[in-house]
Design a protein around this ligand. Structure first.
Ligand code: SF4
Ligand code: F3S
Length: 112
């Protein structure tokens, strides 16, 4: 089992999650984070930290796609362990539908 980040994170990227992860398994893209499914120890402490409920256990229905998405980008993006400011329009994009299609960027974030 693992936890994953889904598209609710896109264009928000609050990063509260990274400070609590005991194994530093969050990776940063330009406008979202992902969790490495093979590094996550399923502790669950990050889930309540996300203000937009973007973190879910893979035991929820329909999560296979997100596990593979998280695996793919965690192998391409740098690790992030330090919280920073949310993206500038985070509030505007909270709860918006279709963020994957509209805003997702494959570009890596800064990490750090
Ligand atoms: Fe890190 Fe635990 Fe969240 Fe997995 S469930 S990403 S180990 S804080
Ligand atoms: Fe994203 Fe939520 Fe973390 S918005 S960066 S998963 S706190």
């Amino acid at each position: 089992m693992t936890y994953i980040v889904n598209d609710a994170c896109i264009a928000c990227k609050h990063t509260d999650c990274v400070e609590v992860c005991p194994v530093d398994c969050f990776y940063e893209g330009e406008n979202m984070l992902v969790i490495h499914p093979d590094e996550c120890i399923d502790c669950g402490v990050c889930e309540p930290e996300c203000p937009v409920d973007a973190i879910l256990p893979d035991t929820e229905p329909g999560m296979e796609k997100w596990v593979e998405f998280n695996r793919k980008y965690s192998e391409l993006w740098p690790v992030i362990i330090t919280k920073r400011d949310s993206l500038p329009d985070a509030e505007k994009h909270e709860g918006e539908e279709g963020k994957l299609e509209k805003y997702f960027s494959e570009a890596p974030g800064e990490g750090g």
